[in-house]
Design a protein around this ligand. Structure first.
Ligand SMILES: Nc1ncnc2c1ncn2[C@@H]1O[C@H](COP(=O)(O)OP(=O)(O)OP(=O)(O)O)[C@@H](O)[C@H]1O
Ligand SMILES: [Mg+2]
Length: 283
């Protein structure tokens, strides 16, 4: 094969999308009638790319997350993961959920080793792998603790390590740091940046935190308030490798302002709608 053809093929593989969501619409039946949670959404995430989805509460972010994870049926449109159109969970996806998800009855070590235990990996081997990822999220020394003995941020790191331990090619995270204070969030953001630099997984992060989205992402997808659509996709032009220091730069501030400008409109609509809902329920 001529060198130019080999180069072209390489370029094609590098540009290959790992996640493609194509014209996806999802409706839910509720007591107040049918609602369209996600409306004709299309976007893709390239191999090795870090993309965030940001949008106001209730705009359909977790719905998109669950659809990509293969946990929801009954949507219109098509979702492909690693080139396969999915109809259920795909083995190359690892998910970190919005809700607290550590097992309280297991130590940190046995929480993180759990996916390998399910796979039948021997104890010594799975503990070694678990230790590696516990170290990566900065929890060495806490292997024998139980989740109740950790802070919220530490528990989320356990959940992240447990997802990383089976080395998913694609990582989906739904507001993993939502319950944390700003400082912890920024420091965990640093950890996530380092982990992604090392493992180079394709990552999709759901968040409603603008700083976090800009700090971590190559692109940020802004969603509209119900029905959730893609409002705009912003390229984050900040150099990599990044650290938490990037937050203080002028370019960072400009990106934050730009995204807030779009988001403010959607967040206000969301707030107006929930206030109207509260009045209806009262009256
Ligand atoms: N299983 C379900 N049944 C009925 N309605 C649902 C269901 N799941 C989600 N919804 C509705 O769909 C809309 C989008 O919900 P979703 O959880 O995707 O929002 P979100 O953007 O993740 O919000 P948050 O930021 O608060 O987590 C909401 O109005 C929600 O009430
Ligand atoms: Mg959600």
């Amino acid at each position: 094969m001529p060198a130019s053809a080999a180069k072209l093929r390489l370029a094609e593989t590098v540009k290959e999308a790992d996640l493609v969501i194509d014209g996806v619409t999802m409706r839910f039946e509720t007591r107040e009638g049918a609602i369209t949670a996600v409306d004709d959404m299309s976007f893709s995430v390239e191999r090795g790319e870090f993309v965030s989805i940001i949008g106001p509460s209730g705009c359909g972010k977790s719905t998109v997350f669950n659809i990509l994870g293969g946990l929801v049926r009954g949507y219109e449109g098509k979702v492909s993961v690693g080139g396969d159109v999915i109809s259920g969970p795909h083995p190359s996806i690892g998910m970190v959920f919005q809700e607290e998800s550590t097992f309280p009855w297991r130590t940190v070590l046995d929480n993180v080793a759990f996916p390998l235990e399910v796979k039948g990996v021997r104890k010594a081997e799975r503990h070694e792998a678990a230790r590696h990822f516990i170290d990566m999220v900065g929890l060495n020394g806490f292997e024998q603790r139980y989740p109740a003995e950790l802070s919220g941020g530490m528990r989320q790191r356990v959940a992240i390590a447990r997802t990383l331990v089976f080395e998913p090619k694609i990582l989906l995270m739904d507001e993993p740091f939502a319950a944390l204070d700003e400082q912890t969030r920024l420091l965990l953001g640093d950890k996530v940046l380092k982990i992604q630099e090392t493992l180079k997984q394709t990552t999709l992060l759901i968040t409603h935190n603008i700083t976090e989205a800009v700090q971590l992402s190559d692109r940020v997808i802004i969603m509209t308030f119900r029905p959730g659509k893609v409002k705009r996709i912003v390229d984050i032009r900040l150099p990599r490798p990044r650290t938490g220091d990037v937050v203080g730069s002028e370019a960072f501030g400009r990106h934050v302002a730009e995204i807030w400008n779009d988001l403010r409109e959607e967040a206000s609509r969301g707030m107006a709608e929930s206030e109207a809902g509260a009045r209806r329920r009262k009256g």
